[in-house]
Design a binder for this molecule. Structure first.
Ligand code: M6R
Length: 597
């Protein structure tokens, strides 16, 4: 996710900003930029790629003496990772940096374009600075800032400097973090603690719907339009801990982040009752007769899950293949079919090669990917970014969640093009970020349960329909992290062989959603219980025969049950492996991105 830093003071501002951005590198980025306001002049620099590139660009620039500076690292979501799209974004006499997504940026842009204002970048962020200057023509700079902030919808943490008011930094925050730190003569801003540790001891964590300004001697913060007291709290001092936002592992942080990144997946992509994919603007996909999906590992499980949705909602015949298998199969890619590849990194060699083959065969290709400008994104005809932000844990969690949601939306998108009513799906979609919130009660329960699952001669994760690929994913998570043997299996298939393994030391994790083949799955679980298997059932319906039970919430759509159970299997794998003393973020023998065959 993007990183923000800001500074008011007399030290060399360029260095302060670059140091701060360096501390936020762990959040991932593909371009960076900074701007300095001093003596009523603004200097700015931007560069694609690593911070070294930005440092090189401003090597000859120096800015000692009192002034204001802002800096940003960008993870592309709206528009390519280019210099033009990098922050700060500029108006005629102001510039802005921003984290989050301005949901209503299109409406604002259209309004301003009608007034003759032209835009340079493809980003949502640029509307902030253009709208500011539009209002600042007729009013005081802070009033203009307030007015523009009141029009923004979505998530934003933003800093703006302007020659119109060269003694202030304006800031606003909603649904994206922004922290202000102060010592005697200096003020610092950052999107995460790590950038402030060592610089200040006391900070204010801004609440949502906050805005204000800071100058040499003033700090004014309005919360819901009411001026609040500046009450500082102590900043933590451990950087590694701060980078994980206080979680023990990046994976744990990423599991908890899922609700937020899922909101980002939805942002700007539902208009009224319709799904909008700007990325597919020129494709209506109505006539697609077949879908082929190719991916590896967790991304393959997302693919398999989505095949049920493409069949059921879009009424499109869908085949799914593991990319390394597709490569040497001389697979048939039909005319009027769409070839979809899914990849978190966009660099997985097998998936990239499958994409090349499909292109050579003349298929129309779409990449569902988390990293803009990756090899896969560059090669595919169309790409849809999954907006998960950088994923540091080798075991994929939030990338999977965002892939599933994106694919579900794509299935709805195609169904809508065909004229099917998708209102029930849209209602459920909107509910997903709430479903994906992790509660302390659930986490504690899974932690307690996990001690009973540290040995045994194997695990079976079982489920039916879309819960079968989720069972595969649960088993993969457990394998990767705990090094215990685990398999995912279709619940109805156990009786065709694997049930021979059943005894008390065979652990079965049964996914038993209420809204998707509950009775069928229940019978399959009873077959295992009759053979003395130890069974952990995950379901909203009490099941007295199970050895262990995790009760999920009653939902209105089976996909809501899917996301809730997804979190449970992720936490279970993590808690088991913590108890086993394994390295959760970097399991043995694994790499985050597999760029070899
Ligand atoms: O970057 P990709 O999504 O293409 O990576 C595919 C797999 O290598 C990846 O999902 C792997 O299975 C993860 N370690 C799963 O947790």
């Amino acid at each position: 996710m993007c990183g923000i830093v800001g500074y008011i003071g007399s030290r060399e501002k360029k260095n302060i900003i670059l140091e701060g951005l360096k501390e936020l590198e762990y959040r991932g980025y593909d371009s960076a930029g900074l701007a300095v306001l001093k003596d009523k002049e603004i200097d700015f620099f931007k560069a694609v790629g690593k911070l070294e590139n930005l440092a090189n660009k401003c090597e000859a620039f120096s800015s000692e003496g009192f002034g204001f500076a802002i800096g940003h690292t960008r993870w592309a979501t709206h528009g390519k990772p280019t210099e033009i799209n990098a922050h700060p974004h500029l108006g005629e006499y102001s510039c802005v940096i921003h984290n989050g997504i301005i949901e209503n940026y299109k409406e604002i842009k259209e309004k301003l374009e009608k007034e003759g204002i032209s835009f340079l970048s493809q980003t949502d962020t640029e509307v902030i600075v253009q709208l500011f200057e539009y209002y600042a023509k007729d009013m005081d700079a802070f009033d203009a800032f307030k007015k523009l902030v009141s029009e923004l919808k979505g998530a934003f943490a933003t800093l703006l400097i302007s020659k119109k008011e060269p003694t202030k930094v304006f800031f606003a925050k909603n649904a994206a973090p922004l922290i202000i730190g102060k010592n005697a003569d200096e003020t610092f801003f950052a999107s995460a603690d790590a950038a402030l540790i060592g610089k200040v001891n006391d900070v204010i964590y801004l609440e949502d719907v906050s805005y204000g300004y800071a100058s040499k001697n003033e700090l004014l913060i309005y919360e819901n339009d009411i001026l609040r007291a500046n009450t500082f709290v102590k900043l933590p001092s451990d950087k590694a801990y701060a980078q994980k936002d206080g979680f023990r592992f990046f994976m744990e942080k990423e599991i908890y982040e899922q609700s937020n990144v899922l909101s980002e997946v939805l942002m700007g992509r539902i208009e009224g009752e319709e799904i909008i994919f700007d990325e597919l603007k020129n494709e209506n996909l109505k006539d697609v007769e077949e879908l082929s999906i190719c991916a590896c590992g967790t991304s393959y499980h997302a693919a398999l899950s989505s095949s049920y949705l493409f069949n059921r909602l879009s009424k499109v015949k869908t085949s799914v293949e593991i990319a390394s298998e597709f490569r040497y199969k001389d697979g048939i890619v039909k005319e009027n079919s769409l070839f979809v590849v899914i990849s978190q990194s966009g660099e997985t060699a097998d998936t990239l090669e499958a994409l090349k083959i499909a292109k050579q065969k003349g298929a129309k290709t779409v990449a569902i990917c988390n990293v803009d400008n990756s090899s896969i994104v560059r090669l595919a005809d169309y790409s849809i970014l999954t907006r998960a932000g950088i994923e540091k844990g080798v075991a994929s969690t939030k990338a999977f969640a965002t892939q599933i949601l994106t694919l579900w939306m794509l299935a709805i998108f195609i169904a809508q093009k065909k004229g099917f009513d998708m209102n029930k799906e849209l209602k459920a979609l909107r509910h997903i970020p709430k479903v994906a919130l992790v509660t302390q009660k659930l986490h504690d329960k899974i932690h307690r349960l996990s001690k009973r699952y540290l040995d045994g001669h194997g695990f079976f994760f079982i489920g039916r329909d879309v819960f079968y690929p989720l069972a595969l994913e649960g088993a993969l998570k457990l394998k990767e992290l705990s090094y215990l043997h685990a398999e995912g299996y279709p619940a109805g298939e156990m009786k065709h062989g694997p049930i021979a393994l059943a005894d008390s030391k065979l652990y079965t994790i049964a996914l038993m959603p209420e809204l998707c083949l509950y009775d069928k799955t229940k019978s399959n679980v009873e077959e295992l219980i009759a053979r003395d298997s130890t069974v952990l059932c995950i379901s909203p319906n009490e099941f007295e025969l199970s050895d262990d039970f995790i009760k999920t919430n009653k939902q209105e759509h089976f996909m809501c049950e899917f996301f809730e159970m997804m979190i449970i299997v992720q936490l279970l794998a993590m808690e088991i492996s913590i108890r086993l003393g394994n390295d959760v973020d970097m399991p043995r023998n694994l790499a985050k991105s597999v760029t070899v065959e």
